[in-house]
Design a protein around this ligand. Structure first.
Ligand SMILES: Nc1ncnc2c1ncn2[C@@H]1O[C@H](COP(=O)(O)OP(=O)(O)OP(=O)(O)O)[C@@H](O)[C@H]1O
Length: 291
């Protein structure tokens, strides 16, 4: 096993009727936050469910803490804090009753920690789960995930449905957790600006395929957004772009080879740092153009 990888997936695939996750190889590193990005339907939840052992792969392999679900499911799950995208609970229970149901499943359950998060998230232990808003349910789900001393936190769209104030607080909590270098976090999102703040690594899925899983610095070293005159767009030049958007007078193109862009366009256009959203947009667009 890669020394500091807590999750390793290799050549993972999963086929549904209208979707295929194809040949994904990536890891989640200890001591870092990995953000999983991709458009709606790119396969983020499918990949997370495979990493959680909640669905079986069509091919390939998943290892968590160096172990396979087939032989070590209970041990692996004990060490993961999981926040699902749908946060399903027994709606008729109160927060505290739900705690009594969940706590016995974990050897390292920490009641005081849970009480601290409930307080911090302004949830009432007596509140019926059915009465909680979507955002409050997400907070409750987080409180559970953070209260059994998990070493790995896996969250599927945890910021969806949260107001900007709590979204920022959640990101602060994640940064706090990372002060403990033994922990690792993977979270999926399509709000890419969340990742600018906290992510160390970015894994990008596009239509079921992993485009990259790289450190954020490396992503921004490599990619460049070029804005220039349309006349410069000949067939050779087009080849360096992942995706191109043409306007009446010029074009914008994303390339994964910043150096080549600098060589070709120095003095002839603007070379900018793309946002993660630009990278997602142009990659999706590029694939469409060549399809
Ligand atoms: N159990 C299933 N049976 C059939 N198709 C499925 C199943 N689960 C997911 N899919 C399909 O697989 C594709 C990828 O879904 P997935 O939920 O993994 O994407 P996602 O990137 O998490 O999207 P979103 O951001 O919208 O949640 C979708 O087209 C979805 O309809």
């Amino acid at each position: 096993m890669n020394e500091n990888a807590v999750v390793e997936v290799s050549r993972l695939s999963k086929k549904y009727k209208r979707f295929e996750l194809k040949d994904v190889t990536m890891d989640v590193k200890q001591g870092f936050i990995t953000g999983l990005i991709g458009a709606n339907g790119a396969g983020k939840s499918t990949l997370i469910k495979l990493m959680m052992g909640m669905t079986l792969p069509g091919g390939g392999d998943v290892r968590v803490f160096g172990q396979a679900y087939a032989s070590h499911e209970a041990e692996i799950k004990e060490r993961i804090g999981y926040v699902a995208d749908d946060c399903s609970y027994y709606e008729h229970l109160t927060v505290d009753a739900m705690r009594s149901v969940c706590a016995p499943f974990y050897k390292r359950w920490d009641d005081r920690q849970f009480a601290r998060y409930i307080d911090r998230f302004e949830l009432s232990p007596k509140a019926k789960i059915r009465s909680l808003s979507k955002g409050m349910k997400m907070k409750l789900s987080l409180a559970f995930a953070l209260s059994h001393r998990a070493e790995l936190l896996i969250m599927d769209e945890p910021t969806a449905g949260l107001d900007p104030v709590f979204r920022r607080e959640l990101l602060e909590i994640l940064a706090e957790l990372m002060l403990d270098e033994r922990k690792a976090i993977l979270f999926s999102t399509h709000i890419t600006t969340d990742l600018d703040r906290v992510a160390d690594y970015i894994a990008f899925l596009n239509r079921g395929e992993l485009v990259f899983n790289e450190s954020k610095e490396r992503v921004f070293e490599r990619y460049a957004l070029v804005k220039a005159d349309k006349e410069l767009l000949d067939a050779d030049v087009r080849r360096i772009f992942v995706g191109i958007r043409e306007t009446s007078s010029g074009f914008e193109g994303l390339t994964g080879d910043r150096r080549e862009a600098e060589r070709l366009f120095a003095g002839y256009g603007r070379i900018e740092r793309p946002t993660l959203e630009d990278i997602m947009f142009f990659t999706a667009k590029g694939v469409e153009a060549h399809a």
